[in-house]
Design a protein around this ligand. Structure first.
Ligand SMILES: Cc1ncc(COP(=O)(O)OP(=O)(O)O)c(N)n1
Ligand SMILES: Cc1ncsc1CCOP(=O)(O)O
Ligand SMILES: [Mg+2]
Length: 210
């Protein structure tokens, strides 16, 4: 059986205005994005809801994942909600979201991963794997613990942090179902080309394993 298409999650930067993100989302989607995470920690629920409505005119609503604001994801019928360390637990989020809406959880250790899986998360984001401008001065976690997590939980794990197209084989080789990217796409001059490069790397990672 052919394995499912590897996932490319694109995360908004928190530094760009809505119209800029709309352009980025449209181009990244053409390039092969699977999900767009609205991670705009400083914005209100009302602003995030406006972003969802505007984005839903450009990409399918099921591809929109709202970081932290489970209420917005539920009220606006998004693909799901991504929970950070400080968010509701997956169990609590499930009381609000429909069964077809995804619940993701950021994890940074085997212990957090096992707990999130027990609590009903649908997928995990593990990171940061490589040095990332999003986590300045914090040592990257690498792929060793990631491999252990993949072998111990029965939900998909998505790798995150410092991932460039040439690093994709290392992340997929550790057993991930896909990758999540922030700066590699949101800081690119050409969003389509950048997303395309990640999509190619994901679709052909086995051929590029050293
Ligand atoms: C051990 C540990 N705890 C929490 C964080 C940061 O929280 P996280 O859920 O990853 O949210 P983001 O800031 O990454 O959106 C961490 N990095 N490490
Ligand atoms: C939310 C988050 N947590 C760790 S890295 C990251 C964002 C990924 O950043 P980048 O792809 O720019 O390294
Ligand atoms: Mg994190």
């Amino acid at each position: 059986m052919r394995p499912a298409c590897p996932e490319l999650h694109v995360i908004t930067s928190g530094r760009h205005e809505r119209d800029h993100v709309l352009r980025m989302a449209e181009a990244a989607n053409k390039g092969g994005m699977t999900y767009l995470h609205i991670r705009e920690k400083h914005r209100t629920a009302q602003e995030i809801a406006e972003w969802v409505e505007a984005l839903a005119g450009i990409i399918p609503r099921v591809q929109i994942i709202v970081n932290d604001r489970v209420d917005v994801a539920a009220a606006y019928g998004c693909g799901g909600s991504h929970l950070a360390y400080h968010s509701l637990s997956p169990e609590a989020a499930r009381r609000i979201l429909r069964s077809n809406q995804l619940i993701g959880r950021s994890v940074h250790s085997l212990e957090e991963a096992c707990l999130a899986a027990e609590q009903g998360a649908d997928y995990l984001l593990y990171g940061h794997i490589f040095a990332s401008g999003s986590k300045p001065g914090l040592a990257p976690r690498g792929t060793e613990e990631l491999r252990t997590i993949v072998s111990r939980v029965d939900i998909p794990v998505i790798g995150l942090g410092g991932i460039r197209p040439e690093l994709v084989p290392q992340v997929m080789g550790a057993g991930c179902k896909g990758i999540a990217v922030l700066s590699g796409i949101t800081d690119a001059e050409d969003y389509y080309k950048a997303a395309r490069a990640y999509r190619e790397a994901l679709d052909h990672w086995e051929e590029n394993t050293g």
